[in-house]
Design a protein around this ligand. Structure first.
Ligand SMILES: C[S@@+](CC[C@H](N)C(=O)[O-])C[C@H]1O[C@@H](n2cnc3c(N)ncnc32)[C@H](O)[C@@H]1O
Length: 253
């Protein structure tokens, strides 16, 4: 099933809603974005930036740190609460990619981190084009674990068993005629976690969150066994998790 077909189902809504109930764990263990990726997401001459589907603010934070004027839009209340607590100086609005609560031509750049696959793509692309000033940019990013590394592949395989095909992995944005100069760049880096944080990380995936409690616990126990026994990482206090961060940038015509 493609992410777009999935977007029209109740399952999709349940997944999106699931983020609200796990915002604490999400903020604690999900990876952020390396500076090289942030450089690619927002041009150096941008001032006003919309961070769309901002979640708990993992990308919003480095944008603010760069001195940008950032508005964050996020539909899940639990995520917004975390974001406001973390970055009180940021304007945080309730809204969706399909209905962005901003005027036409009001921002220089829009960023979307780890969320484009949740959107109704043609509707979201048109909305992003509407709020961007002409020549403004859209930056879309996904953090993919590098599953070519054997223990990471085994960790991913456990999650894929419950997730079915990964929703985000391999998703390429199709932006339509309003955008040009679409460019993809991969950034490799590592996020260091403790073994128990690796278990919690599995629990923040939307497909794990929507499992019945006993199945979710069983999954996390299998993940715990893997991270404590896999010969490449067993016995370590800190485990570097390799990521390939995919950055797409495009310019509004
Ligand atoms: C995986 S989280 C990413 C959050 C944040 N950008 C980050 O990098 O940590 C996906 C976010 O997309 C939001 N989301 C889901 N569907 C959305 C939609 N249609 N419009 C806007 N945001 C949406 C969820 O509420 C969630 O906060």
């Amino acid at each position: 099933m493609s992410s777009r077909e999935d977007a029209s189902t109740g399952r999709h809504a349940a997944h999106a809603e699931s983020f609200t109930h796990n915002a604490d764990a999400y903020a604690a263990v999900r990876p952020g974005y390396p500076p090289a990726a942030v450089d690619l997401l927002v041009p150096s001459d941008a001032h006003d930036v919309l961070d769309l589907a901002a979640g708990t603010g993992k990308l919003t934070e480095p944008l603010v740190a760069r001195g940008l004027r950032v508005v964050a839009v996020e539909p899940a209340e639990g995520m917004r609460e975390q974001l406001v607590a973390r970055l009180p100086q940021v304007e945080v609005l309730d809204g969706t990619a399909e209905r962005i609560p901003l005027p036409d031509a009001s921002v220089d750049a829009v960023t979307v981190a780890q969320a484009w696959h949740w959107f109704d793509e043609p509707v979201a692309a048109a909305e992003v084009a509407r709020v961007l000033r002409p020549g403004g940019t859209l930056g879309i990013v996904w953090n993919d674990r590098d599953e070519d590394v054997p223990w990471v592949g085994a960790y991913g395989a456990l999650l894929h068993e419950v997730a079915g095909p990964q929703l985000a992995r391999g998703t390429h944005p199709t932006l339509g005629d309003a955008f040009t100069d679409v460019l993809r760049t991969d950034v490799r880096w590592e996020h260091v976690l403790t073994p128990e944080e690796l278990v919690r990380l599995a629990g923040t995936r939307s497909y794990a969150l929507v499992l019945p409690a006993d199945e979710r616990e069983a999954l996390l126990e299998r993940v715990r066994t893997l991270v404590t026994t896999h010969p490449d990482i067993a016995g370590r206090d800190r485990v570097p998790v390799p990521y390939v961060t995919r950055v797409y940038s495009a310019r509004r015509r």
